[in-house]
Ligand binder design. Structure first.
Ligand SMILES: Cc1cc2nc3c(=O)[nH]c(=O)nc-3n(C[C@H](O)[C@H](O)[C@H](O)COP(=O)(O)O)c2cc1C
Length: 244
């Protein structure tokens, strides 16, 4: 499957809808900040020139439904799925979206690394606070009635990626979304995708620096079941990556 990966402050209905005509099977909306701590962290991010969705947790459910309506109104024949990338500081926070029937996939964000997010205990901080990560996994896999994805970043200092994968593997998770970031290099770490795929049967979404059909095929050859893109979508055309 072909995924559009999260971009906070950018991936709303209006931005995403065109990709329903460019071979995208799963659109990721967000990332969204689900509770007060992550909302405040989002505000701090905005102060540092990062884009964010300025949606307070009380309105997030309605806003997401509006984004999805924009996509389905634009292309009613699209049969893809909607994923939402979610930042939370505690497990109970995910409950605010359980009633959103149009959401297919909850993506736990164990990936963002801006300082305010780490201080709020979310994003990449979950890779070191595995107790909280496990609470979140237990909560969403038990109570959300959605498919569950976990977005992780590879090659994080002091984090054993394969141990994290083993932990995630012990829950009823449907997708493992791996940003195979290669520190200092503008190419994905295809080797880590290979090693992860040898260690889990979870559906792997390979991500990072895929900008051509060749990169896409290399990701698949390395063991990814699906591929996602983010930055390359900013120019509005990803046909050449996802359509052969
Ligand atoms: C502006 C911007 C905002 C992003 N926001 C999020 C986010 O909220 N949640 C998340 O998991 N990843 C976020 N990402 C990371 C992307 O989803 C993706 O993992 C990363 O950019 C590497 O993929 P790429 O090389 O295809 O861009 C963001 C990336 C960009 C460029």
């Amino acid at each position: 499957m072909n995924f559009l990966s999260a971009m906070a402050g950018i991936n709303d209905g209006e931005f995403c809808k065109k990709f329903t005509k460019q071979g995208v099977d799963v659109i990721t909306l967000g990332g969204f900040n689900l509770d007060l701590d992550t909302f405040k962290a989002g505000l701090e991010n905005m102060g540092q020139d990062r884009k964010e969705f300025f949606t307070c947790p009380h309105h997030i459910s309605e806003d997401i439904d509006e984004f999805i309506d924009t996509i389905t109104d634009y292309n009613p024949s699209w049969k893809g799925k909607i994923s939402v990338n979610l930042r939370a500081s505690e497990a109970a926070s995910y409950g605010v979206l359980y009633k959103n029937k149009q959401i297919d996939i909850f993506e736990i964000n164990a990936h963002c690394r801006q300082k305010p997010m780490l201080e709020a205990g979310t994003g990449q901080a979950l890779l070191t606070n595995t107790t909280l990560l496990e609470e979140m996994l237990e909560e969403v896999t038990t109570n959300s009635r959605k498919e569950v994805s976990v977005k992780i970043r590879a090659n994080v200092e002091n984090v054993d990626t394969l141990k994290i994968v083993e932990l995630i593997n012990s829950y009823n998770v449907d997708y493992l979304h791996v940003d195979a970031m290669n520190p200092g290099i503008d190419e994905a770490d295809y080797d880590i995708i290979n090693r992860i795929s040898s260690n889990t049967d979870i559906h792997i979404i390979g991500n990072n620096s895929v900008t051509t059909r060749e990169d896409y095929l290399k990701m698949i050859e390395s063991g990814a079941d699906s591929v996602s893109v983010a930055r390359v979508a900013l120019n509005g055309d990803i046909n050449h990556i996802f359509q052969d």
